[in-house]
Design a protein around this ligand. Structure first.
Ligand SMILES: NC(=O)c1ccc[n+]([C@@H]2O[C@H](COP(=O)([O-])OP(=O)(O)OC[C@H]3O[C@@H](n4cnc5c(N)ncnc54)[C@H](O)[C@@H]3O)[C@@H](O)[C@H]2O)c1
Length: 452
């Protein structure tokens, strides 16, 4: 989008834009998960009338009861939003009443490590019969470049009841479609949500302008790009950048360990350089819904263009090996104490994929627990966010949270997720052996600690 005033005054588009700017627009958000629910509350806080749509009837029931299923979202926030008109439903017929529809459904990988767009497809197929002229539809789910144009647009055009087309120019009649990636960093409150610039790419300049008007009510800065594909690619570049840099420090950590150098000391020294360096930290492996998954959306799409994304593949290889490296380190640490992993009692601290979040998805802890069990260890876990853990990565774990006492009974305590509420000094004091994969015990000097 280059022009900001190209929507003709007095047109229906101008009216819709005006509704966005004055918060009179009705916003429907599809997918009340980690992305959609906070977004719904943000729009509600801006005084928009917001409806949340989700096929998960238990989530809808929880929201209707004024409760929350995401730890960092308090029930009071849901209740406050409800009093101001927020509602949740599984009934798509209400889509027709919305001025804007924002789609925040999952985009996982299937068992062959290929994009699984079934949630996006199913959502668009479900809303298509209810869409009407002059609505803005924005996809926020992370996906490969081309998804909005190649999947969302054809389903909307063939599935709606009025023969509507997606607009391509200013003042066209039809549906306005855009892509705008979600950029939240869960568990990190250092940057306020409205300070994170919002990238928007529309199928038409009008769609981009409408989306910019809508998001401009929340986000301090909207960054327009010229197409949905550019916006889709922007999100993937951001996540691939993280994935590749994490792989780099994970590899260098292993070299540093062999050379007797502390990688964390090196990173802290390097980050004093005021330009050209950004610090990334090693860990036990990638987790979460984004970094382990999104890069493979691009490698899959690249194949269509006879192109191999070698950086992504190499980073994937290094990062995927990290839980195995942790197991080797635990086994070596036990061996140094004349013990075997087979039969050892091991307590894993933290199953969430990262510090202070209640999200298990793709957590390296799950792989580490599975590998420990395969080696014959008796494994327990503690995580303040998870009273139970059912399914692991590959098989059912069916575990319950172990209280954080009696640490001396374990042959090894392994810090996999460095939740801030843990008292690491007390843990080191009580445990026989602490294997620390996150540098959570920095500053604590003890022969019991093995950092890896
Ligand atoms: N979680 C994050 O931190 C984060 C950050 C950036 C981007 N993203 C991306 O945002 C998207 C959503 O992620 P999330 O973490 O919110 O996922 P989530 O699993 O927490 O939530 C998705 C929700 O969509 C619902 N849903 C699935 N199919 C549906 C349908 N057909 N109709 C209505 N609802 C449906 C599910 O029931 C669920 O409540 C993904 O593409 C993800 O990659 C996530």
């Amino acid at each position: 989008m280059t022009k900001t005033t190209a929507i003709s005054t007095g047109s229906r588009l101008a009216q819709l834009k005006h509704k966005m700017e004055t918060r009179e627009a009705r916003i429907g958000i599809i997918g009340m998960g980690y992305v959609g629910l906070p977004l719904a509350l943000l729009f509600r806080a801006e005084r928009f009338r917001v409806t949340g749509f989700d096929i998960a009837t238990d989530k809808v029931a929880t929201l209707k009861a004024g409760s929350s299923y995401i730890v960092r979202i308090l029930p009071e926030s849901i209740q406050e939003a409800q009093r101001a008109g927020f509602s949740a439903t599984s009934d798509y017929s209400g889509i027709a009443e919305m001025d804007a529809i924002i789609i925040c459904v999952p985009t996982p990988l299937n068992e062959h490590h290929e994009p699984d767009l079934s949630y996006v497809r199913q959502t668009v197929e479900s809303i298509a019969p209810f869409v009407r002229e002059n609505q803005l539809i924005v996809l926020e789910s992370t996906t490969y470049p081309g998804t909005t144009e190649e999947i969302v647009v054809p389903i909307l055009e063939s599935g709606n009841r009025h023969g509507l087309k997606v607009t391509r120019g200013f003042d066209d009649a039809g549906l306005h479609v855009a892509f705008s990636p979600e950029r939240e960093n869960p568990g990190d409150d250092s940057v306020a949500r409205h300070e994170i610039p919002k990238v928007v790419g529309g199928c038409s300049p009008a769609a981009a302008e409408l989306a910019a008007s809508m998001y401009g009510t929340i986000f301090r800065r909207v960054v327009p790009v010229t197409s949905p594909a550019a916006a889709e690619m922007t999100k993937l570049l951001e996540n691939i950048y993280r994935c590749v840099n994490i792989a780099l420090v994970n590899e260098l950590k292993q070299l540093c360990m062999r050379m007797g150098i502390d990688i964390y000391e090196v990173i802290e020294a390097a980050r004093t350089k005021p330009f050209g360096f950004q610090a990334f930290y090693p860990g036990p492996g990638l987790g979460g819904h984004c970094i382990p998954i999104d890069p493979f959306y691009l490698s899959w799409k690249a194949r269509e263009f006879d192109f191999r994304t070698r950086f992504i593949e190499l980073a994937g290889e290094v990062n995927m090996r990290m839980p195995y490296f942790v197991i080797e380190q635990i086994a070596a640490a036990l061996n140094n104490r004349a013990k075997a992993l087979n039969g050892a009692k091991v307590l894993v601290l933290g199953v969430a994929y990262k510090r202070d979040v209640d999200d298990l998805r793709e957590s390296p802890s799950l792989t580490i627990i599975e590998l420990l069990r395969e080696k014959g260890a008796q494994v327990a876990y503690n995580d303040p966010y998870f009273p139970t853990v059912g399914q692991g990565r590959h098989y059912a774990l069916n575990m319950t949270n172990t209280p954080l006492n009696g640490l001396a009974q374990y042959d090894a305590v392994v810090i996999v997720t460095d939740h801030s509420e843990y008292d690491y000094r007390a843990i080191v004091e009580q445990a026989q052996l602490v294997v620390d994969t996150r540098n959570a015990t920095r500053g604590i000097d003890s022969q019991k600690i093995v950092r890896c």
